[in-house]
Design a protein around this ligand. Structure first.
Ligand code: HEC
Ligand code: HEC
Length: 498
């Protein structure tokens, strides 16, 4: 299949592709038809781009930092927790016994600090404008590694974490990009995975803002939401499914596939999978090849040996728990229109963003991107009874064969993803689980699987995307007058104000 590219070499979005084809056919047949098509194309909304970078460069302050209302005792952890999240881990643990910290990188790893992948637009966020893996793949500042950079990682692209699906002979698990093999560890003879196989699929980092609140949203609220508006949802083809936790039947809710129940297990997995640091949740190395096992395990234990000397509670904790405190205390993102007024809406007219929000609700985006949940009383009191404008139902949905990554994980099948929260989407650079686009309009179009040609990643047959009807309604908004041109532009402006 021939794929059309735009002048900068990017593949054209499926919708634009379809238009160009129609245009060509139209020009051959009837010039009036092609004129009509051109008019439609002009009406498609444009993405104003990343808030704080492409427009309103002063509107960056409404994301990141810690929540207000923490007690003075809770605030004591803030600076040390930030340092922990930013700490670059080295391979060898030089201290002995259970007083080690900031070490254990490898034998296989993707990067060497949480903040390297989670930093846009502030620490804790998503993948930054320059791919941080280029800074770490051959040296972590202490040791040298003989890695090559896989071609799918680009210097100005998102961090992409690869998996080879079960359907293509893989394990479905993360395939760490790099190894510690090289001059610093000559006894370690392991190879990087061979990424030349087709069907490798990717995931980009999710922002962690507000996860400390998402953690304890009650199951009954998520399940009530699943079972609400059923007539409307059925008429639009929206079903949804809760990812039920195997331990206590609560709703798993973090990760692209809702594979984690809470911050702490997510971080145990992240420490192990992204950095190769064994910890109290995943205690032994993924790759146990001798010669590469340079440390006693787990490499990130509770620091019992600090007890008694200059002991403060902070030193006692394992790194994973310190990272969890960092994430738990992060503030929830605030829409720019609340912090900055009209200048926080692309184009500067706040009515465009309010109309966009109305359209978002009316056409059914809000049936998956649920505008809010409320937290129950919190044992961290400032987190209780809080209205969370997260724009997610925290449920799994069938998203069609174009988005499918063919990975079965937890409750999620190969075409299922958790509705990602949209708070902070105004400052996101790349969208969708594999960061396949940096254009928010394309990210919406990609929800549907009836758009003709395109980068469909599904292998085999999957049911239709649950978002098909809603995306049709989104396309119809091109023909409805709004505040900033069309109602569709207003909706897009609203998203970029988040
Ligand atoms: C190499 C890049 C990379 C590094 C390093 C990394 N992460 Fe992540 N993080 C990701 C990706 C990719 C995801 C999405 C994973 C998925 O859903 O499969 C993610 C997801 C998460 C989530 C879940 C967010 C949510 O709201 O669902 C948390 C929490 C998290 N990471 C914390 C951490 C912490 C803490 C560290 C350091 C110990 C860390 N990460 C290191 C790439 C990274
Ligand atoms: C059937 C449920 C459903 C509906 C309806 C839906 N979405 Fe989504 N949305 C999702 C899921 C699931 C994803 C993640 C898909 C993926 O990553 O492959 C997503 C991703 C997104 C993203 C990218 C977020 C990110 O973190 O990368 C945006 C933006 C978005 N949706 C906006 C919208 C808008 C606007 C509408 C209405 C026109 C809409 N969605 C309708 C379920 C839905």
């Amino acid at each position: 299949m021939v794929r059309l590219k735009n002048p900068s070499g990017e593949q054209l979005p499926r919708r634009a592709l379809r238009r160009v084809l129609t245009l060509v056919l139209g020009a051959v047949a009837l010039s009036t038809l092609s004129l009509t098509v051109v008019l439609w194309a002009q009406n498609q909304a444009t993405d104003p781009g990343v808030r704080g970078i492409a427009w309103c460069t002063t509107c960056t302050g409404s994301v990141g930092g810690f929540q207000t209302g923490l007690t003075p005792q809770e605030q004591e952890s803030e600076s040390a927790a930030t340092t922990q999240f930013q700490t670059a881990a080295v391979v060898t643990c030089s201290s002995t016994g259970s007083n080690v910290t900031g070490c254990g990188l490898g034998p296989r790893f993707n990067s060497n600090s949480c903040a390297s992948c989670h930093q846009q637009p502030a620490v804790g966020g998503s993948s930054p404008p320059s791919n941080p893996l280029f800074q770490v793949y051959q040296s972590d500042g202490t040791d040298s590694f003989s890695n090559t950079m896989p071609s799918f990682e680009t210097a100005s692209g998102p961090v992409l974490v690869p998996r080879l699906p079960q359907s293509s002979g893989g394990t479905g698990l993360v395939q760490q990009l790099f190894t510690i093999a090289g001059s610093s560890y000559p006894g370690c003879n392991i190879q990087q995975p061979n990424f030349s196989q087709e069907n490798v699929v990717y995931r980009q980092p999710l922002p962690t803002f507000g996860d400390g609140y998402i953690d304890f949203i009650e199951n009954k609220d998520i399940l009530n939401n699943l079972n609400s508006n059923l007539t409307l949802k059925t008429s639009l083809g929206i079903v949804g499914m809760a990812a039920m936790d195997g331990a206590d039947g609560s709703v798993d809710r973090l990760g692209w596939k809702a594979q984690w129940r809470a911050i702490l297990p997510a971080i145990g997995a992240e420490e192990q999978v992204e950095e190769g640091i064994t910890n109290e949740q995943l205690l032994t190395e993924i790759d146990q090849t001798s010669g590469c096992d340079v440390n006693a395990v787990p490499e990130d234990p509770t620091n019992y040996n600090y007890y008694g000397t200059s002991m403060t509670p902070w030193f006692f904790l394992a790194d994973a728990e310190r990272d969890a405190i960092f994430v738990r205390f992060l503030a929830t993102p605030v829409p720019a229109t609340i912090t900055y007024g009209p200048s926080g809406c692309p184009g500067g007219n706040i009515n465009s963003c309010s109309n966009g929000q109305v359209q978002f609700n009316n056409i059914g985006c809000a049936l998956c991107h649920t505008p809010y949940y409320r937290t129950p009383p919190g044992s961290i009191p400032s987190q209780g009874h809080t209205l969370l404008n997260l724009y997610s139902d925290l449920l799994l949905h069938h998203m069609g064969s174009c988005l499918a990554d063919n990975i079965t994980q937890g409750s999620a099948q190969g075409d299922m993803f958790r509705t990602p929260p949209l708070w902070n989407v105004g400052q996101r650079i790349w969208f969708l689980h594999d960061g396949r686009t940096n254009n928010i309009v394309q990210a919406i179009e990609a929800h549907a699987d009836n758009m003709g040609a395109g980068p469909c990643t599904g292998v085999g047959s999957y049911p239709a995307s649950e978002a098909d009807a809603v995306v049709n309604a989104f396309n119809n908004l091109e023909n409805i007058t709004g505040v900033d041109g069309t109602a569709q532009q207003d909706l897009v402006n609203f998203l970029r104000s988040l």
